[in-house]
Design a binder for this molecule. Structure first.
Ligand SMILES: Cc1ncc(COP(=O)(O)O)c(C=O)c1O
Length: 345
């Protein structure tokens, strides 16, 4: 059980709930204020157009499209890949399946085929093979494999992705990657953009998580795929007008906030070390998320204890603590100290 702390009257000093809580920096705001804009539904916004072409080029795709959220980008992607009565293979833990209100089914008439994720976030190839439907009128048509990287802070192995995307293509399936935190995976692996997306027909990349922009997700794919996604974006109410004001934050983040994700990973490792030094059971973090077990009887008290010290965290039996742009090293030390005081009571 976790105590609800979804809204706050006063910003906390240290907010570990998610990497979505960052506020635009002064320089990011200056870039936003200076953005050249136009009506993006007419394709007239020069800043959006620049962001789309910069990111498409960087990742080696023909085209890119700006969305206001990752949920909308993933949904438009699934709808651009699949039609009514088609099916997509997806992990039980995947955001598109578990945390987007089943939008693919509800709004896209697409049947999900959820499959268990392994502890490392992958879906076993044998499971995928068993789930693939034959061409038979009793079944939905399996059209797409959707993966997520990072998934719950874990990085999918490159070799695994090479194998499963090749398998999908060999069976006529398209491949989509929810890369809300793909930059974290890229920085962790120390590979370039084109390597981290190899094998995927489409990729959704959030600018509003570790990169620190206030909004924005990029969808990447072929020109024909992006043309279909553009139609769905309009139907989903995602046609923005002078979107350059927020797209400028994305351009700024791509330039200034990618390499520094390594700091977030180092801070997560430091936090994990500190908490396990206190005797808590902590998973070794791969990127910016630390998972720690909290005894059920302590959940509410710990949440209050931390909140009283200006530390916001969604405490549960399995607590996720997330490091980001607004969590400096001193905040990590303060958090470990606050946990220590709680355990010493
Ligand atoms: C893995 C993943 N995909 C997609 C999303 C959706 O992004 P948004 O909140 O911008 O809709 C999230 C949001 O946290 C996410 O964690």
């Amino acid at each position: 059980m976790s105590v609800s702390l979804h809204s706050l009257a006063v910003p906390a000093a240290i907010d570990l709930r998610s990497d979505t809580v960052t506020r635009p920096t002064r320089d990011m705001r200056a870039a936003m204020a200076a953005a050249e804009v136009g009506d993006d539904v007419y394709g007239d916004d020069p800043t959006v157009n620049r962001l789309q072409s910069v990111i498409a080029e960087r990742f080696g795709f023909e085209a890119a499209l700006y969305f206001v959220t990752g949920t909308q980008s993933n949904l438009a992607a699934l709808m651009a890949h699949c039609g009514r009565g088609d099916e997509y293979l997806v992990g039980q833990e995947a955001h598109t399946y578990l945390y987007e209100q089943g939008g693919a089914a509800v709004l896209g008439s697409i049947q999900p085929q959820p499959l268990d994720n392994e502890p490392d976030g992958t879906i076993a190839l044998s499971r995928l093979e068993r789930a693939l439907k034959p061409d038979d009128l009793h079944f939905a048509r399996t059209r797409l494999l959707a993966l997520e990287n990072t998934i719950n802070g874990r990085v999918l192995p490159l070799e695994y992705q090479r194998r499963v995307t090749a398998w999908a293509h060999a069976h006529g399936l398209a491949t989509h990657l929810d890369g809300a935190r793909l930059f974290n995976a890229m920085v962790k692996l120390g590979v370039d953009e084109r390597t981290v997306v190899a094998g995927y027909d489409s990729v959704s990349l959030c600018l509003s998580k570790g990169l620190g922009a206030p909004a924005g997700t990029m969808l990447l794919g072929s020109a024909a795929f992006i043309a279909r996604a553009l139609r769905w974006r309009k139907a989903l109410g995602g046609g923005l007008r002078q979107a350059g004001v927020i797209a400028a934050a994305g351009l700024y983040a791509l330039q200034h906030h990618v390499a520094r994700l390594a700091d977030d990973h180092a801070h997560a490792a430091l936090l994990a070390d500190g908490l396990s030094g206190l005797g808590l059971s902590v998973e070794d973090p791969q990127t910016n998320m630390v998972y720690v077990d909290i005894p059920p009887a302590s959940v509410q008290d710990l949440q209050r204890h931390l909140a009283a010290r200006g530390i916001l965290a969604l405490i549960g039996e399995r607590t996720r603590l997330v490091t980001h742009l607004d969590v400096p090293r001193t905040a990590v030390h303060a958090t470990v100290r606050a946990f220590g005081e709680f355990l010493a009571r």
